[in-house]
Ligand binder design. Structure first.
Ligand SMILES: Nc1ncnc2c1ncn2[C@@H]1O[C@H](COP(=O)(O)OP(=O)(O)OP(=O)(O)O)[C@@H](O)[C@H]1O
Length: 537
């Protein structure tokens, strides 16, 4: 019985110039229990075929049927298909911040949709994951972050994830490319012997190593220039491929048993020639020098125009030097008799900043998630960004006035003001962070049948968490400064004392308040820069 049926499959990649026809009229089927190797020269269409088979790319024409799920032109796979179909990516598709065991457990996401598994997987799932990792030589690296594993170790983790997923159809794109002979043999053995006969499982594997293809496969498919040029016994298929390599030797050195890596194959005569840089469009008109002179004049003009617009005058600073000296001299020596009051209000300022920043982080995370282009739908993005823009546009002191009018004087309106103001900034930082994550682990999580929430929990959140903590700490630091001004409108914090002292010309007391504030900001700055540096490493 066929578990994979491909009919007249075509795939074109749209590009800015001409679409690239990666697959043309592919037809074949794979029976349950069969082991198939896809071989071919670099650029032949092997990875493209696997991407369509796994439902990640929609066929341009024709259809694919996998384990009872039919994917026609323009369609991608439904989530339910990934109970039966799994994939090992050429780039492994691991979440770099998760440990080896967490990545392997991700293979079970379709089968573990409960809220509890968002925190911890059941013991039997964990035991099986440990067993698989141990068997592939990673018993000592179970809790190591996958970004700290070598290429070969990551590849073994990806294989263990597929084995744990245990689908009816296994698709693998060069799964042993980074493994040494020992581990390649072991991996192939586990994949091929993972009950394919007993459980009627089909394994389809892209391989560059023809010896491995001969050893592993019942059948070989040879892809060439997007077409399936051979479908039959491994020995014959390998000979077809070797003949193709001799017929078209320009792709680089192809040995009799192993094909050249993609990078070598893509070198052409054109690339080999030394490149002459294209002239800048401006070169022909006036030359580069004149362009930069004109640019400098324009920038200087912009500054002069701005300075005139705001009545900027250096002479006004030096002309009133006496006043400045007088002002500063009245600050010295600082009057430390107000230290107790200042310290108390400063503590209140820090408490306001801490609560305000935390609330802002909680409020802004869901809004940022809706605003991020890579994980949210367009209408949500527009509304969420509008909300964040509005929160950011209004200065914290105006928010302070607003909340004093609503809830009265004291630190509470100050906290609300900081929450709203900081949420606007944190939301923007967070969604920009989310948009910058690596999309490949998310794609891999799709092929284990993860729900959108699971994809966020295991794919987005771990990647963006260090960045988010870093931004939140920075915001906390900033909010201590912002909180110090809110006292001016009666919204708590040290600002009240600063404002009162300056209004009453008690500059020596104001100096004490400023010194205390400086000490807190300096300590906070040092701590937060250290923590942020650690988080980002
Ligand atoms: N995203 C893309 N956009 C445009 N063209 C693409 C894209 N991905 C692949 N191609 C082109 O499609 C063709 C088939 O590529 P594919 O990656 O499927 O080949 P392959 O046989 O897997 O190669 P390799 O062995 O080097 O991995 C190539 O000409 C490639 O340049």
């Amino acid at each position: 019985m066929s578990v994979v049926r491909v009919e007249n499959l075509c795939l074109s990649y749209p590009t800015t110039s001409q679409p690239v026809e990666a697959l043309r009229g592919i037809t074949f089927s794979v029976a349950a229990g069969e082991r198939v190797a896809i071989v071919g020269r670099s650029g032949g269409g092997k990875s493209s075929l696997l991407r369509v088979l796994s439902g990640l790319l929609a066929p341009s024409a024709g259809s694919v049927e996998l384990a009872g799920f039919r994917i026609a032109a323009g369609q991608t796979a439904p989530r339910a298909m990934y109970e039966k179909v799994g994939l090992v990516f050429q780039n492994y598709g691991l979440v770099p911040q998760l440990s080896a065991i967490q990545n392997v457990l991700c293979g079970r996401l379709y089968h573990q949709p409960s809220a509890a598994s968002m925190v911890r997987f059941p013991t039997d799932e964990r035991s099986r994951a440990i067993e698989l990792l141990d068997d592939l030589g990673l018993g000592e690296r179970i809790h190591t972050r996958s970004s700290r594993l070598s290429g070969g170790e990551q590849q073994r983790v990806a294989i263990a994830r597929l084995l744990h997923q245990s689908p009816q159809v296994m698709l693998l794109d060069e799964p042993i490319a980074s493994l040494d002979v020992h581990w390649a043999g072991r991996a192939i053995d586990r994949l091929a012997g993972s009950g394919t006969r007993d459980h009627q499982r089909a394994v389809i594997m892209v391989l560059h190593d023809l010896n491995m293809a001969r050893e592993f496969a019942d059948r070989v498919l040879v892809m060439h220039h997007g077409e399936l040029v051979f479908d039959g016994p491994p020995e014959q298929g390998c000979r077809v491929l070797e003949a193709l390599a001799i017929d078209e030797p320009t792709d680089g050195a192809l040995g009799p048993t192993e094909l050249a890596p993609a990078s070598a194959a893509r070198t052409t005569d054109d690339e080999a020639r030394p490149a002459t840089p294209a002239p800048l469009p401006i070169d022909g008109m006036w030359g580069k020098g004149s362009f930069y002179v004109l640019l400098a004049i324009l920038i200087a003009g912009l500054y002069i125009w701005s300075a005139m617009g705001v009545d900027f005058s250096v002479s006004r600073i030096f002309g009133n030097f006496d006043h400045a000296a007088n002002f500063l001299s009245r600050m010295l020596p600082p009057d430390f008799s107000v230290s107790a009051n200042v310290a108390r209000s400063l503590l209140e300022t820090v408490q306001m900043a801490l609560i305000g920043t935390t609330l802002a982080a909680i409020v802004s995370l869901p809004i940022a998630t809706l605003a991020a282009r890579n994980i949210s739908a367009r209408p949500f993005q527009v509304v969420a960004r509008l909300v964040l823009n509005l929160l950011r546009t209004i200065p914290s002191i105006i928010w302070g006035l607003f909340f004093v009018a609503i809830v009265g004087l004291g630190p509470f309106p100050g906290i609300l003001a900081l929450t709203f103001y900081a949420a606007g900034y944190l939301g923007k930082f967070y969604y920009e962070g989310i948009e910058s994550i690596d999309p490949r682990p998310l794609q891999a999580l799709r092929t284990v049948g993860a729900t959108p929430l699971q994809r966020f929990r295991f794919g987005v959140f771990p990647q963006v968490l260090p960045l988010m903590l870093g931004y939140t700490l920075y915001m906390l630091e900033y909010n201590v400064r912002a909180a110090s001004i809110l006292g001016v409108v009666g919204a708590g914090g040290i600002g009240f004392y600063l404002y009162t002292y300056i209004n009453n010309f008690q500059y020596d007391r104001a100096a004490t308040a400023l010194l205390f504030l400086l000490a807190v900001v300096t300590v906070l700055d040092a701590v937060s820069s250290r923590v942020r540096a650690r988080l980002m490493s």
